[in-house]
Design a protein around this ligand. Structure first.
Ligand code: COA
Length: 143
């Protein structure tokens, strides 16, 4: 298994959109539109691979000089609870730190809060709805 940064618009990016669609949108009866995908052109795209198979992924969106937002975190259904999510988050944190960011925030689905808490993320503020399901903002200072 290996982790790497991938480039927007490549076959690997198409693989990533497909995984995210399967894991994060279809189960909610939603899909991506071109406009939101175009915003990913300048974002940091991260994927976990076993040979040519993408196992999971996430994206870092720079918000300002200090903060990135971790988004679109997903691991294939049948591969969850095997440590892949943990390795993706640790790779993303190291990358963010190397690029000089101090904070990672996210809009965490309530069902994933326990996962992020394992890595030191804390809830900030009240519940809100996104993609029709409950979320909380979570934050961690990178040290
Ligand atoms: C959330 C998700 C990314 C976690 O990935 P994963 O590969 O299953 O996680 P890991 O196996 O690395 O788990 C790391 C730790 O978190 C725990 N954990 C994993 N998912 C959890 C969850 N949903 N709630 C609470 N704890 C969780 C694991 O038990 C493990 O704990 P341990 O170290 O004490 O054994 C994955 O379940 C997923 O893709 N879910 C569907 C999409 C989703 O909800 N994405 C998040 C959007 S905000």
């Amino acid at each position: 298994m290996g982790l790497k940064q991938i480039d927007f618009g490549t076959p690997e990016y198409e693989q990533m959109v497909q995984l995210r669609d399967e894991m994060l949108r279809k189960p909610l009866g939603l899909s991506f539109n071109d406009e939101e995908l175009m915003e990913e052109k300048n974002e940091i795209l991260i994927a976990s691979y076993d040979d040519d198979e993408m196992l999971g992924c996430c994206i870092l969106r720079p918000l300002d000089n200090e903060t990135v937002r971790l988004r679109q975190m997903a691991v294939k259904d049948e591969l969850q609870r095997k440590g892949i999510g943990a390795s993706i988050i640790s790779f993303a944190e190291n990358l963010a730190r190397d690029k000089g960011y101090r904070f990672i925030i996210m809009h965490a689905r309530d069902t994933a809060i326990g996962f992020y808490e394992k890595f030191g993320y804390q809830i900030k503020g009240d519940e809100f709805t996104e993609v029709n399901i409950p979320h909380h903002i979570m934050e961690k200072e990178l040290i």
